[in-house]
Design a protein around this ligand. Structure first.
Ligand SMILES: Nc1nc2c(c(=O)[nH]1)N[C@H]1C(S)=C(S)[C@@H](COP(=O)(O)OP(=O)(O)OC[C@H]3O[C@@H](n4cnc5c(=O)[nH]c(N)nc54)[C@H](O)[C@@H]3O)O[C@H]1N2
Ligand SMILES: Nc1nc2c(c(=O)[nH]1)N[C@H]1C(S)=C(S)[C@@H](COP(=O)(O)OP(=O)(O)OC[C@H]3O[C@@H](n4cnc5c(=O)[nH]c(N)nc54)[C@H](O)[C@@H]3O)O[C@H]1N2
Ligand SMILES: [Mo]
Length: 756
């Protein structure tokens, strides 16, 4: 008889190119052209990141702790900040030298490398160039155009970095114009959480607080890559593991950050290079395999619970949940071979994970894009919640569900009104505080916006940051339609490809970054942001702005609104622009329960907690209880047995901003047009590592979607799938491939075939 391999021993034996953290992360900062090009004083700016009274890092949404470490930033926060602080400038002279058509052929990296935008620019179709303009000319023209456009034909997109103050005004401004077309980057990201998690526990955001990480015995970690995308989370994970907490990871790729970590703040660890092993078990699920894998874990937990007491929390299940019987029946009716097949992991692995769960008193579930960007992503989140519910692991110290958000204020933007859904808008309070009648029809999310764009019914676009045309699926169709818009306006810090798809009238309005001084009538202004744990805190910039012509996002929005809207005694644009505390007063009056006395409370170290009813076991769901999900499928991906493509981030990018060509933690560098495949799959396809291939979307549609010139690279991931980088592979994602409940594009499960 062959011996089943021991999953724990297997996880302990995983080797990675380099542990996360450690010298590599410091070198990662120093090595790049970033630090060389950063202006003077950049290091001081880094040192006050995420400190009380300092600047909130613009990179990820991990917390700003009340008692910060000596340097409370990570490799990627430093990169993002240094990128903002570059001494390079994309001035009007630069734009005079290049036509827009010419610039469209440049790489994303080269465009952004030109540096910070310095002056407002207007597109001139005759010369195909962006030309210098004045702020007054821009505001007057944009205002007039917006005022003349039917409200339902314009869309206001926000990308997740802008602070609460401009975000609140942005949403209110859209509604003053008469529309709710307020898509947000979270529509491509954690919308699956906003809808799916809300459906089952009544909360659109996570329930954990940082204290929970000090008390948990087990962490189930699904589809998120902390080493690259939220490195500061590695500190509490490492502390937890040192206490004896067990981390069970679900990820098709062996991600170094989930295997080993060296704390760059610890001189001993740095000198001895002693890494902490993080994952106790590493379940290399196949794409979308989480539903089946979690069912297997639950199956084992339920089987053990039949023989042993104390595994299920019966009181909690009776009092607080609904739907358990149907779920148990589904589990009983699903045999192990089906679960193994759909998940790509063995019964022994699922049982070992089930043992960790059964033996833990307090469990946290963490997840990211591996779960949310799937056709049945909402169900996958539901399954993770099912597992947590079995042991009463929501609303108890050391437990909870913790989605890891992306942009630093993406969660906060939703909190203060950026939403296309009328039911989520503060309709009554808008009336009281702003004398504003919220338009009654739901607006566009990102998907609906793209549909309207392609249908030709959306003619104006205002972007508060972001690079939407590159971040979305189906580039070919979208880009063609994009250029037909009558008006495109971008409030931005750097040049990107979306700006190079000008509508008939197009404007680039350059803004300050968070680490820069924001001088208004009452002096240098604070802003505020919300992190993944629903804490709201202040941020202040201290650096001299990159150009004397820059304006803040808030000031730009106030001026456009003034030019676009009729006068209204309750709309005090000048007052709001002059003193952001007046905007915080609006936020506090609009959301009094959570934001009362905001202007004072946001200065507390670690910010103030907005609260979360699910954490108190009050469930705002249809049944009034936490709801078990009975899965309708075993795999979260699309039907069929085509190869699945996973698109993901490298260590050297922030979304569409490409800092360089190294993916250090995966041991890859030099090239971004790659297709990672397992050695078995390479052989099965008749390929060789290093060969160039074309990936073609394998869907029954007339349209052909293909990306050519991808180099085959052998990597440790399951057979049956390919992985490569976002946004280069976005032309392969069909608009129709999206989560059933939330419309989030299924960027982690695209059916493809290989041509060569
Ligand atoms: N440095 C840096 N930091 C960032 C960003 C950045 O681009 N660069 N982006 C920010 C943003 S907006 C976001 S949303 C977050 C994104 O942070 P993540 O959620 O970590 O997003 P991805 O890099 O797309 O990686 C998703 C992970 O899911 C895994 N995965 C893929 N398919 C599956 C699956 O079917 N099941 C499971 N279990 N896992 C799967 C992949 O292997 C990968 O490890 O990061 C934020 N932080
Ligand atoms: N295939 C695939 N597609 C994806 C994903 C994936 O994993 N795979 N991930 C999705 C996810 S999670 C997200 S969040 C989206 C991201 O989509 P977006 O948020 O639209 O894209 P970003 O790349 O973050 O936007 C970068 C641009 O924002 C501007 N910018 C930067 N900082 C500031 C600032 O402080 N203020 C202002 N006003 N502008 C600023 C700069 O001009 C920069 O070029 O992409 C999604 N698309
Ligand atoms: Mo995101």
């Amino acid at each position: 008889m062959t011996k089943t391999p021991d999953p724990v021993a297997q996880a302990a034996a995983i080797e990675v190119p380099e542990p996360a953290g450690g010298w590599g992360s410091l070198e990662g900062i120093a090595r790049t052209e970033l630090s060389q090009r950063a202006g003077p004083g950049a290091i001081e700016t880094l040192h006050q990141l995420n400190k009380p009274d300092g600047t909130a890092c613009t990179s990820c949404a991990w917390i700003k702790p009340p008692t910060p470490a000596a340097f409370e930033f990570c490799e990627n926060g430093a990169k993002a900040t240094l990128w903002d602080l570059t001494s390079a400038r994309a001035t009007p002279d630069f734009f005079e030298k290049h036509t827009v058509t010419d610039l469209r052929g440049w790489s994303a990296h080269d465009l952004e490398k030109e540096g910070r935008l310095t002056e407002p620019l207007r597109y001139d179709p005759a010369s195909d160039r962006y030309l210098r303009t004045t702020w007054n000319e821009a505001f007057a023209a944009i205002g007039a155009k917006l005022a003349a456009t039917e409200p339902e034909r314009m869309t206001f997109y926000a990308s997740g970095k802008a602070a609460l103050e401009p975000s609140y005004l942005f949403a209110a401004f859209a509604r003053m114009l008469g529309h709710n077309n307020l898509p947000d980057s979270s529509n491509m990201c954690h919308e699956t959480t906003s809808v799916g998690l809300k459906k089952v526990i009544g909360s659109p955001v996570g329930t954990c607080q940082i204290e929970d990480f000090e008390q948990c015995d087990a962490i189930f970690y699904l589809g998120q890559n902390p080493g690259t995308n939220s490195p500061r989370i590695l500190h509490p994970l490492q502390e937890a593991v040192k206490r004896g907490c067990k981390i069970v990871t679900f990820n098709p790729l062996k991600e170094a950050g989930l295997v080993e970590f060296v704390n760059p703040q610890s001189p001993v660890e740095m000198v001895t290079r002693k890494a902490t092993r993080l994952s106790h078990l590493y379940l290399q699920v196949r794409p979308g395999g989480d539903i089946a894998a979690l069912m297997g874990v639950c199956k084992h937990v339920l089987a053990r619970a039949e023989r042993e007491d104390g595994i299920l929390d019966h009181r909690f299940l009776d009092e607080h949940t609904s739907g358990l019987e149907a779920f148990v029946a589904k589990i009983a009716a699903t045999e192990w071979p089906a679960l193994e097949q759909a998940s790509g992991v063995t019964r022994a692995e699922m049982e070992a994970a089930g043992d960790v769960y059964a033996e833990a008193k307090a469990v946290i579930g963490i997840y990211g894009m591996g779960l949310t960007q799937q056709v049945h992503g909402s169900e996958a989140i539901g399954l993770l919640v099912n597992l947590l519910l079995l042991g009463g692991n929501i609303g108890r110290p050391g437990s909870g569900c913790s989605p890891i958000r992306g942009h630093s204020n993406v969660q906060g933007q939703r909190t203060v009104g950026i939403t296309e859904k009328v039911e989520l808008a503060p309709v009554e309070k808008y009336r009281e505080v702003l004398g504003l009648e919220t338009p009654q029809a739901d607006g566009h999310n990102t998907h609906a916006f793209l549909e309207a764009l392609i249908a030709g019914t959306n003619t104006a676009y205002l972007g508060l940051g972001g690079n939407l045309a590159m971040a979305v699926p189906d580039h070919d169709r979208v880009h063609e339609a994009w250029r037909k818009m009558a008006l495109t306006v971008h409030i931005a810090t750097r040049l990107n490809h979306t700006h190079l798809l000008p509508g008939r009238e197009s404007w680039i309005l350059p803004c300050l970054v968070r680490s820069e001084e924001d001088m208004q009538a009452t002096g240098n202004q604070f802003v505020s942001v919300e992190d993944s744990f629903s804490h709201v805190y202040s941020s202040k910039g201290k650096r001299k702005p990159a150009s004397e012509h820059l304006m803040s996002e808030t000031a730009i929005l106030c001026e456009i609104a003034k030019a676009a809207l009729p006068q209204n005694a309750m709309w005090k644009w000048d007052e709001w622009r002059g003193d952001y505390a007046a905007i915080r007063d609006l936020i506090a009056r609009t959301y009094p329960e959570q934001f009362f006395d905001m202007d004072r409370r946001m200065h507390a170290p670690g910010g103030f907690y907005r609260g979360n009813d699910a954490r108190k076991r009050i469930w705002h769901t249809q049944s009034g209880k936490a709801e078990f999900t009975t899965p309708s499928v075993l795999n979260a991906g699309p039907e069929g047995d085509a190869l699945r493509l996973i698109t993901l981030r490298s260590n050297d990018q922030f979304n569409t901003t490409i800092y360089g060509h190294s993916d250090r933690l995966r041991g890859l560098s030099g090239e971004r047009t790659i297709a990672l495949m397992s050695p078995d799959e390479i052989e099965r396809q008749g390929l060789k590592a290093g060969q160039r291939i074309t990936l073609v979307t394998a869907m029954d549609e007339e349209q052909r979607r293909a990306v050519a010139g991808l180099m085959v690279v052998a990597y440790d991931l399951p057979a049956g799938c390919v992985a490569g980088y976002f946004p280069e592979l976005n032309p392969l994602v069909p608009l129709s491939l999206r989560d059933r409940l939330s419309d989030t594009p299924a960027s982690k499960g695209i059916p493809v075939r290989i041509e060569f």
